[in-house]
Design a protein around this ligand. Structure first.
Ligand SMILES: C[S@@+](CC[C@H](N)C(=O)[O-])C[C@H]1O[C@@H](n2cnc3c(N)ncnc32)[C@H](O)[C@@H]1O
Length: 255
């Protein structure tokens, strides 16, 4: 798994460019939740895109990631941005979060499926609760189990049998850096109830990429994409739409 992300690191920022709109949606939430003087842990920080955004807003960040190459990319960007006073990046597996000193963070974020490769989110939930201050915020952005667009893609290719199995897979392999990486898939309320409810209150659960198509659907005209994006916004937190997006977000408060 580390090798896969190491191989993906150099190209990572251009690969996620097509989802810049989703990044903006996350940044809107970060800007509301975190401000100057706050201290945030970014789990699976990748090349530091979110950490640097937060630091530009005066937020102190510790970014941890299992991939040394992702961390190297992040450190290079950090030096260019001259934000070393606010951000530190460390090579660290999620499973090692127990080694960090507790109760110091105002918030923990984990974006773009960094936690989707972690088989045991119970362990993460315990560590996150210990690392957060009372009423601290945990914001996680995970792959959803299936999406409408994936379903439509299969229908378009005539793979009708595959559409019937789409929501049934609890884990799936995705190719990253030319390697197959297992991802564990949930719906928003299922993940909350199963891993987080004991230690966190649910502030918000919402889907992203429900009606707005993935950027790989290039045949859809930009005006239609914009219209679908507008249509999606009021539906994101509503059932059943919350379960239909490519990703979901849980915004949680430590009990
Ligand atoms: C798709 S990238 C997302 C990076 C970043 N959060 C972002 O929003 O762009 C997933 C990241 O999670 C990291 N990751 C995956 N499993 C991890 C683990 N068990 N511990 C720490 N980092 C992990 C990968 O190395 C990779 O950098």
């Amino acid at each position: 798994m580390v090798e896969a992300y190491d191989r993906a690191a150099a190209d990572y920022d251009s690969q996620v460019q097509g989802d810049a709109w989703m990044r903006s949606a996350l940044w809107e939430r970060y800007a509301r939740l975190f401000g100057p003087g706050h201290s945030i842990l970014d789990v699976g920080s990748g090349t530091g895109i979110d950490a640097l955004f937060l630091a530009r807003n005066g937020v102190r960040v510790l970014g941890v990631d299992v991939s040394p190459s992702m961390i190297s990319e992040a450190r290079a960007k950090l030096m260019n941005a001259r934000l070393e006073d606010l951000v530190e990046f460390r090579v660290m597996d999620v499973a090692q979060l127990g080694g960090l000193r507790g109760s110091g963070f105002d918030g923990i974020i984990s974006a773009f499926a960094s936690l989707s490769t972690v088989a045991d989110l119970d362990g993460f939930a315990i560590d996150a609760a210990r690392l957060l201050k009372p009423q601290g915020t945990l914001l996680i952005h995970l792959l959803n189990r299936w999406s409408i667009w994936e379903w439509l893609g299969l229908v378009r290719k005539g793979r009708f049998l595959a559409t019937r199995h789409l929501g049934l897979h609890l884990d799936r392999n995705f190719v990253i850096g030319g390697r197959s990486v297992r991802h564990y898939l949930y719906h928003a309320h299922e993940a909350y109830g199963r891993f987080f409810a004991e230690r966190f209150r649910l502030r918000r659960a919402y889907g992203l990429g429900i009606l707005r198509p993935p950027h790989t659907f290039r045949w859809i005209p930009p005006a239609v994409v914009t219209a679908l994006d507008r249509l999606e916004r009021p539906l994101r937190a509503r059932r059943p739409f919350v379960d239909w997006g490519r990703f979901f977000v849980l915004e949680l408060e430590k009990r």
